[in-house]
Design a protein around this ligand. Structure first.
Ligand code: GLC
Length: 680
């Protein structure tokens, strides 16, 4: 049962698309008691936290809930910290910030859905595209306060009629997922291994990558083209010196079963003679400042304008831009910098230069020196800048002028919607790979996401694991993190352990930042081990793809915390570093350096699979309970659930090479459990 409460005059985000069963109510007593305009109180509560502030013009509604000491809060999609979100403060604000440490409050996505599990289990969705703050036991350990920085928003409360807690969880998620619409389905080849790096300059660089993978028998399906393929970082252009015959190159790669996946950035370079820029200006498709001038900010190409993705015509126009690449045979894209990330705004930069000028020749002291640093640091992704430009948003009742900060979190979402709508228009018979950096609930219908600029840190293996179920709850199914870490220098063991987790994740993409250590799997001492591991991934693809498809079709989750399945088992409820992947298996990856194994908790009897290569594995029956399990650096250990079977195919050098006719079913001794493959 879903109840909708409407406050003020909410902006239509199109997050909710299926209204069957939704009952719109005037705030009933229970909700009314929780809701209030509590700016003063909220200010006080949050004052110890430096990162989250607002100014006087912001109206703040709070929704307050007392939490019992054992209550658990699940959700919030792409975010830091645990599967249980208690004990921190989170901010829904799509942010370009590569340092995903414990202290952060937001990442690239803004996903306002939680499920509270206490005396009652219920889901809560706040549909508001500006800032929402989730203080989940930060200011008061036993209180959750949701602060919506607006008086205009929709609140949905989802309850389940089912009595059993385990069923309740899944029922609430399914109700929510149904109301936000079915998730995007990625093409099957996109479940293969993919290699990326910011720094591949030209055709030769890409060919060398493919050659090395093939030579080392490491399966691969795609290579990414980061910003360097473009002419001076201009969207929908290809540098003809680096790629003299692009179309031919794309088809040559196709023949080798390699898909090329170019990046598209949100900002459009300001350059006379550049058609996308000129057309956007002429047709008024860019975001504007208050005085009607196009907003100017700096990103990779220097000065850019930002397409007004909230406007339906601008969306159609930008979407048509993908055509030049589609025509060349491209069938996958990643949308980037679409929070949108701002290095600076033209106005703010000028003010900063003026201020810096006044510091010249001064004897800088403790205050002035720090102030100087802050002037420069404050240039990027500045809230003041986000408040200085406007959209002509297409709303059900017509066009509406809206200031960016009030709709910030749906900018990337609408860029991806522009792309996806264009694909349906331009190449209706093809399924195009699309995923985005910034996102909001609703975008899951148009594409997947990667979790942005992470680091080559051991803690980021665990962070990925913990995000998987939360993302699924919010509808994001085609998901993954930069394998091996984007920033920093990876080590061979970190990359190997990361590979052993990513092999269970739909988007298995090795990606790294310019200037970091080379991270392709063939660069390391034990290339043979990486080849074995990626071959295991390919043998698992029929299972991963089937589970993905089933979860999408049933509005269900593919990554299931143990607490969902065994809600009365205290060890399972507390397990945050192992989880079920689909119906048949439980994974428990190793994520600490130099570990030769780990403790694993089995909530029921399971069959342990120790696999070193596609044809080199052993099965061991294990009793429910705690186990210490040895896991060598180059092997994978996972568990098959009682009464279930895992299909293992015969690998392949690319996805279409996998022979699903040759599937072996792994299962407990004496079991005749079967498995339904989906491989259309
Ligand atoms: C952003 C992206 C990253 C990409 C880089 C250059 O930081 O998140 O993946 O490599 O831009 O385009």
């Amino acid at each position: 049962m879903i109840k909708e409460y409407i406050f003020g005059k909410p902006f239509e985000t199109y997050a909710v698309v299926d209204r069957t069963g939704i009952i719109t109510e005037v705030a009933n007593e229970d909700v009314a008691k929780r809701i209030g305009f509590k700016k003063d109180e909220a200010d006080r509560a949050l004052s110890p936290y430096g990162g989250i502030t607002w100014d006087d013009s912001e109206y703040v509604m709070t929704y307050a809930v007392d939490m019992g000491k054992d209550d658990i809060v699940y959700g919030l999609g792409e975010n830091i910290r645990g599967i249980n979100k208690r004990g921190w403060i989170y901010e829904s604000k799509c942010s370009d910030d590569p340092i995903h440490d414990e202290f952060k409050s937001s990442l690239y996505g803004a996903h306002n859905f939680i499920m509270m599990s206490g005396e009652k289990v219920y889901g809560l969705f706040i549909d508001y595209p500006g800032r929402v703050i989730w203080d989940i036991g930060y200011s008061h350990i036993n209180k959750m306060q949701v602060l919506v920085c607006s008086e205009n928003f929709k609140l949905y409360v989802i309850n389940s009629e089912v009595a059993d807690k385990k069923e309740q969880y899944r029922d609430i998620i399914k109700q929510f997922r149904k109301m936000i619409g079915q998730s995007y389905v990625a093409p099957r080849w996109a479940f293969g291994f993919q290699q990326s790096r910011w720094g591949y300059q030209n055709q030769g660089d890409i060919e060398a990558v493919v050659e090395n993978y093939r030579k080392n028998n490491i399966p691969i399906d795609a290579v990414y083209m980061d910003i360097d393929y473009m002419e001076r970082f201009k969207d929908f252009t290809i540098d003809s010196e680096k790629f003299p015959a692009f179309e031919k190159f794309v088809s040559k790669m196709k023949k080798q079963h390699i898909h090329l996946v170019p990046i598209i950035d949100a900002g459009v370079k300001i350059e006379e003679g550049y058609d996308t820029y000129e057309e956007g200006v002429k047709k008024n498709y860019f975001c504007k400042e208050e005085d009607g001038n196009n907003f100017v900010a700096g990103v990779w190409p220097g000065r850019v304008h930002f397409p007004d993705f909230l406007n339906a015509q601008a969306r159609d126009w930008f979407g048509n831009g993908y055509k030049v690449l589609l025509d060349a045979g491209i069938d996958g894209f990643w949308n980037d910098m679409n929070e949108p990330a701002l290095f600076y705004s033209e106005k703010h930069l000028k003010e900063a230069f003026d201020e810096i000028e006044t510091y010249k020749d001064k004897n800088l002291d403790i205050d002035t020196f720090f102030r100087l640093g802050n002037i420069v640091r404050g240039l990027g992704n500045n809230l003041g800048d986000y408040k200085s430009f406007y959209h002509r948003a297409t709303q059900p009742e017509g066009e509406m002028l809206v200031r960016h900060d009030h709709v910030h979190n749906i900018y990337g979402y609408n860029m991806t919607r522009a792309a996806s709508d264009a694909f349906k228009r331009l190449v209706p018979h093809k399924n195009i790979l699309m995923f985005s950096r910034a996102s909001y609930i609703g975008m899951h219908r148009y594409g997947g996401i990667w979790t942005g600029d992470n680091y080559s840190w051991w803690s980021h293996i665990l962070l990925l694991l913990k995000m998987l179920p939360s993302l699924n709850m919010c509808g994001f199914m085609y998901i993954g993190a930069d394998m091996g870490g984007f920033g920093g220098n990876v080590t061979e063991d970190l990359l190997m352990r990361w590979t052993e987790l990513s092999m269970f994740v739909p988007l298995m993409r090795n990606h790294a930042a310019a200037g970091t250590r080379n991270q392709e799997l063939y660069r390391f001492t034990d290339t043979e081990a990486f080849a074995r591991l990626v071959n295991i991934r390919y043998a698992l693809i029929p299972y991963i793809y089937s589970e993905y498809m089933k979860a999408v079709e049933n509005n269900d989750m593919m990554y299931i915390p143990l607490s969902f399945e065994y809600p009365c088992d205290k060890y399972a409820v507390n397990a945050e570093d192992q989880m079920l992947v689909g119906e048949s298996i439980m994974i428990a990856p190793v994520y600490t350096q130099n570990a030769t194994g780990r403790y694993v908790y089995l909530p029921e009897n399971m069959t342990m699979v120790r696999i070193r290569a596609v044809n080199d594995y052993e099965l061991t029956e294990c009793k429910a309970g705690h186990h210490y399990v040895d896991v060598a650096l180059d092997e994978v250990v996972f568990f098959i659930r009682e009464g279930h079977a895992l299909p293992l195919a015969g690998s392949g050098q690319y996805v279409d090479d996998i022979d699903v006719g040759e599937v072996t079913l792994l299962r407990a001794e004496g079991s005749n459990a079967d498995y339904e493959l989906i491989w259309d």
